[in-house]
Each structure stands twice: as structure tokens, then as C-alpha cells.
Design a protein around this ligand. Structure first.
Ligand code: NAD
Length: 295
């Protein structure tokens, strides 16, 4: 049994922390929201009254927070209070630059930091089947592995600090682009009088096959069950896709890399949110594409 501090008990953090508790660890939890703290207590965790109290004497610290500036603010509280050698795992999805700053801040104080963003959503968080994309030293990765294994089904050590965030935003930029491509193909098929099932049968076994078509088809009643079959209830909310495409575009700008499709995908998803797509699954953008007039 390890003493684990868990900071950030939202839609993702709470079920992840519950899995650590269920596995027999001594989890000291903190969130700014009282309701989240009540749920943590109900699940048998120790309710800490501050970040400092949660992380004092912890062997492992996990953070699951909304964005880079909040992560840096929370790290400023964690770093002076944590013992040297403590493994500090940030599972939030944040910009690469903040991840590197957080890494540097923690390493300088003798902590073992990892950036470990996830894919798999709230379903994966509850089931303990998340994929972790991890950046940081081999030593930190090895020490964190038993804890990450409880919360996840797959771990990929991507490289040094920031590499996990880089992997996450590159993957999600491609996902955002490919989903729009899949939606365009099905929308055009419909306008051309081609049945969606025929389009699926051809594309899913031809060179257009991809996860967005084969596993997460944006058309109701076609392919394996997906949010399209549930009125586009997320799944992966379009709002989170806008966040991740914003991060990939910010990273591309900082790195001087041209990503025109990523840039256009971000614009389309932003428009989708403005046109009523907020709170819907990201594959629901097919409805916007079908309803919008061709300019
Ligand atoms: P959320 O908003 O539900 O949870 C964030 C929690 O952090 C909230 O409970 C909030 O009160 C808490 N918090 C904020 N500032 C704090 C502070 N200073 N101290 C303590 N607690 C603080 O968000 P979420 O959906 O759980 O997502 C968390 C992270 O995981 C995000 O970075 C998100 O991009 C990423 N993510 C989310 C999903 C998803 O499907 N929800 C999937 C993959 C990755």
C-alpha cells in the first residue's frame, strides 16, 4: 500500500482516484469544490483541506486539472511540501510549454515528475482502462508504473518531460482532422444518393479506412455502436476537441511547424460549438456540415 495524494477530483480525477482507493492505497484527496470532496470521502479517501496537506508525506502525487496555468499554480504549492524522491504524475491535458515548466520546477526540487495525459474518457477512467502517454525519466516511469497500471490499460513511455503532452496533442489533432474527413465523405455520399451503409462497406475496407469511420462512424445505425447512435451524447465532447486543437495549434506555432489542416479543423469545431454543438460529441459535427450552406 502506498500513500497517494490526488489533486483534482472532476469528471476524470474522481473515478481514477476511486480505482486507486479500491486497489488498497491510502488516498489523500483535494479539490476546490466541496461536492467533489464529499464524493471522495464517501469513497473512503482522506479529505485533505489543502494541496499542502494532501501531499505531505505522500509517496506518489497525481494531479488531474483543467489547464496548464492551474497545473503550474498547483505545482507551486506541491513542490515545497513534497519530500525529495516523490513521484509527481500530472495526468491533465495541458500545453507542452507548461508541461516542460512544471517538469523543470519539480526536478529542480528533487522530485520525479511525469506528464501523463490520457485517452479513454470518463468511461476509461471508471473502468481503469485509460491509455497513458508518458513523458519523463525512466526512473520516474518505473516507479509510477504500478500506480498507472491500476488506472490504465496501456502505458506508452514517449520520452523526456513534455513528450506525453506532445503525443496526446499530435494524436488528437489527427483525430480532429480525420473525423471531419469522415463526416464530409458521408455527407457527400448522402447528397449523391449513395446509401450510408454502402459508403461504410466500401470505405471501411478500402484506403479511406480509419478509426473515425471503422470504430466511431459519425452516421447513426452504421458500423459499431458510437455516439451517433445516441443522439451524439459524448463520448468525447466537441468542447474538449476544441481545447486539444487549440493546444496543438499553440504548439505548432511555438515550434514553427505548418499545420494547415489542424488550423482549419479548429475553426470548424469552433463554429460547430457556436452553432449549438457545445456538449455534443465531436462526431456530431456531421450535422453542422450537412446543415451549413456551401459557400
Ligand atoms: P473537470 O473540470 O471535471 O475537473 C477538474 C477538477 O479540477 C475540478 O473538480 C476542479 O474543481 C479541480 N480544480 C481546479 N483547480 C483546482 C485547484 N487549484 N486545486 C484543486 N482542484 C482544482 O475536468 P475533467 O473532465 O476531469 O478533465 C481533467 C483533465 O483531463 C483536463 O485537462 C482534460 O482536458 C483532460 N481529459 C478529459 C477527458 C474527458 O473526457 N473529460 C478525457 C481526456 C483528458
Amino acid at each position: 500500500m502506498s500513500r497517494i495524494a490526488f489533486i483534482g477530483l472532476g469528471n476524470m480525477g474522481l473515478p481514477m482516484a476511486i480505482n486507486l482507493k479500491k486497489a488498497g492505497h491510502d488516498v489523500h484527496a483535494f479539490d476546490m469544490v466541496a461536492e467533489a470532496m464529499e464524493k471522495a470521502s464517501d469513497a473512503g479517501m482522506v479529505a485533505a483541506s489543502s494541496v499542502t496537506e494532501a501531499v505531505t508525506d505522500a509517496e506518489i502525487i497525481v494531479t488531474m486539472l483543467p489547464n496548464g496555468s492551474i497545473v503550474l499554480k498547483v505545482f507551486e504549492e506541491i513542490v515545497p511540501a513534497a519530500d525529495k524522491g516523490t513521484v509527481l504524475i500530472d495526468c491533465s491535458t495541458i500545453d507542452v510549454e507548461s508541461a516542460r515548466k512544471a517538469h523543470e520546477m519539480a526536478s529542480k526540487a528533487g522530485l520525479l515528475p511525469l506528464d501523463a495525459p490520457v485517452s479513454g474518457g470518463t468511461g476509461g477512467a471508471s473502468a481503469g482502462t485509460l491509455t497513458f502517454m508518458v513523458g519523463g525519466s525512466q526512473e520516474a516511469f518505473e516507479k509510477a508504473t504500478p500506480v498507472l497500471d491500476i488506472m490504465g490499460g496501456k502505458l506508452v513511455h514517449c520520452g523526456e518531460g513534455g513528450a506525453g503532452q506532445a503525443a496526446k496533442i499530435c494524436n488528437n489533432m489527427l483525430l480532429g482532422i480525420s473525423m471531419i474527413g469522415a463526416c464530409e465523405a458521408f455527407a457527400l455520399a448522402e447528397k449523391l444518393g449513395l446509401p450510408a451503409q454502402s459508403a461504410f462497406d466500401v470505405i471501411s475496407t478500402s484506403s479511406g479506412f480509419c478509426w473515425s469511420v471503422n470504430k466511431y462512424c459519425p452516421v447513426p445505425g452504421i458500423g459499431p455502436e458510437s455516439p451517433a447512435d445516441n443522439d451524439y451524447k459524448p463520448g468525447f465532447a466537441a468542447d474538449l476537441m476544441v481545447k486539444d486543437l487549440g493546444l496543438s495549434q499553440q504548439a505548432a506555432e511555438n515550434a514553427g511547424q505548418m499545420t494547415p489542416m489542424g488550423e482549419y479543423a479548429l475553426k470548424l469545431y469552433q463554429t460547430f460549438l457556436e452553432e449549438g454543438g457545445s456538449g455534443k460529441d465531436f462526431s456530431g459535427i456531421i450535422e453542422y456540415l450537412k446543415s451549413a450552406d456551401r459557400k
